[in-house]
Design a protein around this ligand. Structure first.
Ligand SMILES: Nc1nc2c(c(=O)[nH]1)N[C@H]1C(S)=C(S)[C@@H](COP(=O)(O)O)O[C@H]1N2
Ligand SMILES: [Mo]
Length: 322
């Protein structure tokens, strides 16, 4: 059995799997008789919340990406990080669709709130309404995509939850079911469950999104069904998947990656081309897409969302608070 002490992104960039390996994996998947998701939605791939989706995506034109091509569906749903299942990006789709049930699903909201909430995710979708936003997505491993997400702003749920004056941060927690996902035992050096955190004002920023789908369809399991966070100006690991709890806290919450390697994965983790990862540059990124896995483009400050978020960090030392 493979026991990895360090995740993929602890390897140098050149060690990251290239397109040739992707084709190997496709062969493996075919031979094993596993359905391969092509460029359209594959039959038999489990998804999360199915209620509340509009017939046609309700695109919010305020949040579109005009300077880059959208990433094809097969990469968005076939090249994933979800360590609860496997550290192999090309096989997450396989392991996340072997009976893991993501509907129905309960999300609890607690901590410093007026009243604890226990929410059925389908009911929540209907109540909040679903819109589509296209965001840039930048992984700390220096690759990127452009992804259409379906969901609603986190601020809408925060309003419903009514945090008290003690609430200064928001803590997010992923599901933990050792029977449903092999990663908990295999990578037992991590402090499971996967947790993440934001400052309350970051959580209330207009961009911070709870996604329940992609490409106008309910969220595929491998992308974090049925409900996940999307924080487009931060490195991808902040966009925690398959949420079971959201808690309002007084203190800055502990997070899985910050606990695992505090010198490498800061609490803030804002995309910043000028602050290198200790073992690689963050100045450029590899664009994931057809025949262009090696194309590199410059990385933008706050992943191109400076206008929307710079005010959150006014006067802060962004090197110290990386
Ligand atoms: N629970 C959980 N959430 C997670 C991860 C994970 O391993 N577990 N990986 C993170 C990382 S490193 C990235 S880049 C994104 C990947 O999201 P995607 O597979 O939908 O592109 O999910 C983030 N959220
Ligand atoms: Mo990532």
């Amino acid at each position: 059995m493979l026991i990895k002490k360090r995740p993929d992104w602890h390897l140098p960039e050149t060690a990251v799997t290239d397109e040739k390996d992707y084709n190997h994996r496709r062969e493996f998947i075919k031979k094993a008789g596993i359905m391969y998701a092509g460029s359209s939605v594959a039959a038999g791939v489990a998804t999360g919340a199915t209620a509340g989706f509009p017939e046609k995506p309700n695109v919010n034109r305020k949040y579109v990406v005009t300077d880059r091509k959208p990433t094809p569906y097969k990469y968005v749903t076939g090249y994933n990080n979800f360590y609860e299942f496997t550290t192999d990006k090309y096989l997450v789709r396989h392991f996340a669709n072997q009976g893991w049930k993501t509907e129905p699903w309960t999300l609890k909201v607690g901590g410093h709130v007026e009243k604890e909430l226990t929410l059925d995710v389908n009911d929540l979708c209907k109540e909040m309404g679903i819109e589509m936003r296209v965001y840039r997505f930048r992984c700390v491993e220096a690759w990127s995509m452009v992804i259409p997400w379906d969901g609603f702003p986190l601020s809408k749920l925060i309003k419903k939850a009514q945090p008290t004056s003690k609430a200064k941060y928001v803590k997010f927690t992923t599901f933990m079911d050792e029977k449903a996902a092999p990663g908990f035992k295999r990578y037992n050096n991590y402090d499971w469950p996967y947790t993440e955190g934001l400052r309350l004002d970051e959580a209330n920023n207009e961009l911070t999104f709870l996604a329940v789908g992609t490409f106008g369809k309910p969220m595929p399991n491998q992308n974090g069904a049925p409900i996940r966070l999307v924080v487009p100006w931060k490195y991808g690991f902040k966009s925690i998947k398959s949420l079971v709890r959201i808690d309002f806290t007084e203190e800055q919450p502990k997070t899985l990656w910050n606990s695992a390697a505090p010198a490498e994965y800061g609490f803030y983790s804002n995309v910043n081309p000028k602050v290198p990862h200790p073992r690689w540059s963050q100045a450029t990124e590899r664009v994931i897409g057809e025949g262009a896995l090696a194309d590199r483009i410059p990385t933008l400050m706050f992943n191109g969302y400076e206008k929307q978020v710079a005010a959150l960090y006014k006067g802060m030392d962004l090197v110290k608070n990386f």
